[in-house]
Design a protein around this ligand. Structure first.
Ligand SMILES: [Zn+2]
Length: 324
């Protein structure tokens, strides 16, 4: 029998990525399309329907061999009803995307929060295969978390579990995108670390990122990694401070949940894992209870952006009871 596949769609504010994959043949095809950030809901749905069609053509697979279209949404999602509660980067709120896309696509449509999909991908196809209680943390523009408990994704009462980025670290800290002060991601995300570096440079401290900051360019993870490799004191100090906070928060959550694995991913970690992980571990072991840390592993994801793509397979298997 021919192996069935899923289409996984990673929805972004500026681009949409779609891939066709199954557990046997892996990722068969992928298509990426830019999206107009000002597009209306119906235009956005049109783009999604189009990219699904395009990736199917690209893979040369018949529609009947695809079990599901899985949407990874950067926001709060009810995977049962198909409603996006709030996806700030997409400009969507209280919107039943599943229903709307289903009008244009004949394959069953499923939706899930992109971080949860990332955790599912890591659990089923990545370093988390043997994990039973696992926390996946993605550190980049913001900080997202996904929970696997007793081998299954844990979504919470209203499907918002895992919002580790909004755990309180310092009530007098910087204002977070959520409106509160001192959230974890307002202190230790790439955006937050970059902001500190920008302030340092503006106050006259020397860094190889000075020209970039003066030109008003966005500081990407790659630039931070280059600066670290070149022994840039400012960048090293600010990232090290971030690692200290990250290790502390992970230790607190570990004490609370007693994980057997913590997986770290996201743009900042991918660019700097060999520099950051040892520092995160020092802060982690400084605060974690011995009993809670026993047998626990902290590992980098290695799946990159594909983690959420892989999660589509697990979602289809969970909601449709199919094997892909
Ligand atoms: Zn927040």
């Amino acid at each position: 029998m021919l192996q069935k596949s899923v289409v996984s769609v990673d929805m972004g504010g500026t681009k949409v990525l779609a891939a066709i994959l199954n557990s046997e043949e892996r990722i068969i095809a992928r298509v990426e399309e830019p999206i107009n950030p000002n597009s209306s809901k119906s235009e956005y749905i049109g783009t999604l329907a189009n990219i699904v069609k395009n990736v199917i053509n690209e893979a040369g697979i018949k529609k009947k061999d695809i079990e599901a279209v899985c949407l990874g949404v950067p926001g709060s999602v009810n995977p049962h009803s198909g409603v996006i509660g709030l996806a700030p980067n997409l400009g969507l709120q209280d919107f039943n995307i599943k229903e709307k896309l289903q009008e244009k696509v004949s394959i069953p449509v499923l939706i899930e929060n992109d971080v949860n999909l990332g955790a599912l991908g890591i659990k089923n196809f990545g370093v988390g295969k043997k994990a039973i209680n696992m926390l996946a943390v993605f550190i980049g523009t913001g900080i997202g978390g996904g929970l696997i408990l007793d081998g299954k994704i844990y979504r919470g009462s209203k499907f918002v579990a895992g919002e580790i980025g909004h755990v309180l670290v310092d009530k007098n800290g910087p204002v977070c995108g959520c409106g509160n002060r001192g959230c974890f991601e307002a202190i230790a995300s790439r955006t937050a670390i970059a902001k500190k570096i920008i302030d340092d440079i503006k106050s006259g401290k020397k860094s190889e990122l000075t020209d970039m900051v003066k030109a008003g360019e966005r500081i990407k993870s790659k630039s931070l990694a280059n600066a670290v490799a070149n022994d840039d004191k400012i960048v090293i100090k600010r990232i090290s401070d971030g690692c200290d906070v990250i290790g502390g928060v992970l230790a607190s959550l570990s004490n609370f949940m007693n994980f057997d694995m913590i997986v770290l991913g996201g743009g900042l970690i991918e660019a700097l894992d060999s520099f950051m992980l040892p520092k995160i571990e020092i802060a982690f072991y400084d605060h974690v209870l011995n009993a809670s840390a026993e047998g626990l592993k902290i590992v980098p994801s290695k799946l990159g952006d594909d983690a959420a793509i892989w999660g589509g397979i697990a979602l289809a298997e969970e909601f449709l009871g199919v094997k892909v």
